[in-house]
Ligand binder design. Sequence first.
Ligand SMILES: Cc1cc2nc3c(=O)[nH]c(=O)nc-3n(C[C@H](O)[C@H](O)[C@H](O)COP(=O)(O)OP(=O)(O)OC[C@H]3O[C@@H](n4cnc5c(N)ncnc54)[C@H](O)[C@@H]3O)c2cc1C
Length: 414
Amino acid sequence: MDVTNDSGPRALVVGLGISGIATALRLRQIGWTPVVIERAAARRSGGYFIALFGAGRAAARRLGILDRLTDRGADGVAFDIDRVGGRRAGLGFKDFPGRPWLMTRGDVEEAGFAALPSDVEIRYATVPTRIEQDAGGVNVTLTDASGATSVTERFDLVVGADGLRSTVRRLVFGPHEHYLRRMNYMAVAFQMPGAIPGHDQSDSVILAEPRRSMWIFPFKDRPPTVLLSYHTDDVDAEFGRPKAERVREVFGPEPAGPALGAVLDALESAGDVLFDSVEQVRMDRWHRGRVVLVGDAAWCVTLYAGMGASTGMAGADLLGTMLARHPGSVTEALTRWERQLRPSIGYLQGNGMRMRSLFVPATRFELARRRMMLRVSKMPVTSPLFLWWRSRGKVARMKDMDFAHPGPAVRVRA
Ligand SMILES: Cc1cc2nc3c(=O)[nH]c(=O)nc-3n(C[C@H](O)[C@H](O)[C@H](O)COP(=O)(O)OP(=O)(O)OC[C@H]3O[C@@H](n4cnc5c(N)ncnc54)[C@H](O)[C@@H]3O)c2cc1C
């Protein structure tokens, strides 16, 4: 390969999220020189809940960061509640097939970042504004986030790990509208200041109604994280109003009751609130020449699949493996990487669409079906059978799959 650097091929990694950090780490492990650029002025921390499934834990182990991750999920009681004080046995996070570990997005990013060698170059407040490639390399114009200064540099590979609204994807593959598939749902996530009224801090609590829901994810060592989800007919209009005001409107006009009421109040003063539309990224190809997309930029499966962090790390890990296996040809490595990943990611994207009805039922029928499933899963006679059936299912297999060695024989249990 025609390389631009004495100390191994040089890669530009755009984005310092889970996928970008994992990519930089893996590239460094195989002898490449990654340069990471990040639009934000500093690395973020905290963030909403992340369920890390077997696939993610397998990738984390190979990246050498599994020891830095712990399951912070609380093992309290799971409740399905209504607004007027009704409660019944509900779905806990631990009931999910694959028994994921619960943590925050910041935990995963911190674990990867701590493992990055200190000489990996990271440039904050920097974005790509032009990407041009030829057979031997890629010229990228890097501009500081204020737009004041630019420099053009040459790389052997460019990895777009810059999330759902990826700039690399727009510059190299085309406009967002070609690839983003809106699900017409909004997600609002933030950390509560304390326990939900009437509940222990370790309880999982769900309030599900047609077209709107509230999920409380409990942590062992800090107050819970909330996820509010709701249907919308007009995604663009959602961003034109103050978030808290809009969310109150969506969850009204009925009285909220103590649990939802406390959540809506907390939203008014919450510091770090995620308020965004739920969209998948659908692309026929994730690479073009020497430019490749990884993580949400390439395939965003959405929070409803619960696999974005896992697939981000698994995709980054496998990318390094393929580049190491095909040192003579970046494009050959990218082609094989994509061929291996596509079937699993395709399945998980479908799962993201299906799982939406579990998170937020669209109709009374979906709500009734959800309640019936819950009842079956909690009855003493059917519960063991249900758990066995779920653990044998394809969803569990895919969430636990080791992407580097796919196939049911290599399911991982960390
Ligand atoms: C509420 C919620 C709950 C979730 N729950 C789960 C879960 O339980 N399990 C799970 O596996 N996944 C979950 N996910 C999904 C998961 O968080 C994402 O899939 C994952 O974090 C994506 O990581 P990423 O690095 O690909 O992208 P991002 O996290 O979007 O990171 C992209 C990075 O690129 C930077 N960037 C953007 N544009 C530019 C640019 N032009 N130049 C330079 N840098 C740029 C951004 O600042 C950011 O740092 C959830 C998501 C949400 C919203």
